[in-house]
Design a protein. Structure first.
Length: 461
């Protein structure tokens, strides 16, 4: 008889194991079928409505429903009474909240989980129990009335839904009103329906790369600018190349400044040229976000004495020529939410000429004629530009720290930033200061530091 029981046991055990295996496979298959019935919106997970239930009484009421229905699971297994007691104590202590997320296309709940308050905001929070990922199953656990109350958010909560503020730049018309560097894009065309040519009027007051701000130099550069995009980009800074050609014009001085400093005047008609592009892009298709800039100003002739409008004797300085070259690597890495880090290295070479106007002489006197060669009038600077640029979101900005060193002695450093709200309104602030032992000798026509501010209004479509 014992032998018969033993044989039957040997026959039943394999059958039971096969049956259990079949049940597990069936449950897995059913789960896959059920999940496939729902439209997958994983691409919108970061945009779905999310919130945290903070109401302690409401959390207790919901948790009690889970306990009564024996619905708490951990790694798909039932939870023992000791674990439930520990969680209950955490609820008493007020350190447990409920993490919720709605489906993208309707108001049903697609994620419900008990979490510790320390896990809020983490990309992969640790749940105290297995989350409920089916709103209909959640309704069965806590009841229809309580489920509807959860959905309508009629309790104390914290909304953690991601808000999207997207700025889509237009390439048909662009007006940027900025006293320091205005620009009006008035014409555009394309040759293959993917690229874009933009023609703009531009202005520039002063030049930070050579530390000659316009409010000292009485010079304003204006001209035409052609910008080419091989492929239209969401980021307007991702152009293929940009060419600017203009001329210098006399401008006023809104700030009188220290009378002991000699003025800086325009001494002739000048041409301005600037080109920015990525030459390596034509050689290496995968090499991106590298820009080289070449900038030149050259004075072609001299003003006569009457062109200055000065009747008294006066000594003054004049910048007639400069040429700059800069290499910049953009989008090196992300500085959290502050923007993309960029670094630039450049060389600037402005000249400074010293002139005198007297009542007796009919011509302007070059005080350095015969004393200095043309090349000796240049100040050679090497500068480093560290910046962060953010082009998306509600607030856009471009912030740069620049330090420049004169190869003779001293130099300057400064910070400039442009901040825009939805690319419509903003401001431009720049502050620079000199360093070195002989500031007066290196720049007798300017003060040690300067600060300038300009509001910005932009219309773009």
């Amino acid at each position: 008889m014992k032998k018969l029981y033993f044989v039957l046991l040997l026959l039943i055990i394999p059958f039971s194991l096969v049956k259990a295996q079949d049940n597990r496979e069936t449950l897995t298959d059913l789960k896959k079928i059920y999940e496939s019935l729902e439209y997958n919106t994983i691409a919108f997970d970061d945009l779905k409505q999310k919130w945290i239930i903070n109401d302690p009484l409401f959390i207790r009421e919901i948790f009690n429903r889970f306990v009564v229905r024996d619905a708490l699971r951990l790694n798909e297994a039932k939870v023992d009474i000791e674990t439930v007691k520990k969680l209950t104590q955490q609820i008493y202590d007020g350190v447990v909240v409920i993490d919720l997320r709605k489906r993208y296309y309707d108001s049903e709940v697609e994620l419900f989980a008990f979490i510790n308050v320390d896990e809020i905001g983490k990309e992969e929070p640790k749940y105290l129990f297995d989350p409920i990922i089916d709103g209909f199953y959640l309704r069965e656990i806590i009841g229809g009335a309580l489920y509807e109350r959860v959905k309508v958010e009629g309790y104390f909560l914290s909304d953690i839904t991601k808000k999207i503020y997207d700025v889509k730049p237009g390439y048909f018309f662009d007006v940027k009103l900025n006293l320091l560097e205005p620009e009006v894009m008035f014409w555009n065309t394309t040759s293959d329906y993917r690229n874009k040519y933009l023609l703009s009027l531009f202005g520039m007051w002063g030049n930070d790369r050579i530390f000659i701000p316009g409010w000292y130099s009485k010079e304003y550069v204006a001209g035409l600018k052609l910008t080419y995009y091989k492929t239209i980009s969401q980021n307007p800074k991702n152009f293929t190349y940009s060419v600017s050609v203009g001329a210098s014009l006399p401008s006023g001085r809104p700030f009188v400044g220290d009378k002991t400093y000699k003025p800086l005047f325009i001494s002739g008609k000048s041409l301005y040229f600037n080109i920015i592009g990525d030459p390596l892009k034509f050689v290496f298709d995968d090499f991106e976000d590298f820009q080289v800039m070449l900038e030149v100003k050259y004075t072609m002739d001299d003003y006569a004495k009457k062109d200055y409008g000065i009747t008294d004797s006066l000594d003054f300085y004049s910048n007639r020529t400069y040429f700059n070259i800069e290499a910049k690597k953009r989008n090196l890495f992300n500085l959290f939410d502050f923007g993309q880090f960029e670094i630039g290295l450049g060389v600037s070479n402005p000249d400074i000429n010293w002139y005198r106007i007297t009542k007796r002489n009919a011509k302007v006197i070059d005080l350095e004629a015969g004393k200095k060669e043309w090349t000796d009038k240049f100040n050679h600077h090497v500068y480093l530009d560290l910046g962060a640029v953010r082009t998306g979101g509600l607030i856009q900005h471009s912030t740069n720290f620049i330090i420049s060193h004169n190869l003779k002695d001293g130099g300057y450093f400064g910070l400039k930033t442009q901040v825009m709200l939805s690319e419509n309104f903003g401001f431009d602030v720049r502050i620079f200061s000199m360093y070195g032992t002989e500031k007066k000798k290196m720049a007798p026509w300017r003060e040690d530091s300067y600060l300038v501010f300009s509001p910005i209004i932009r219309i773009n479509y």
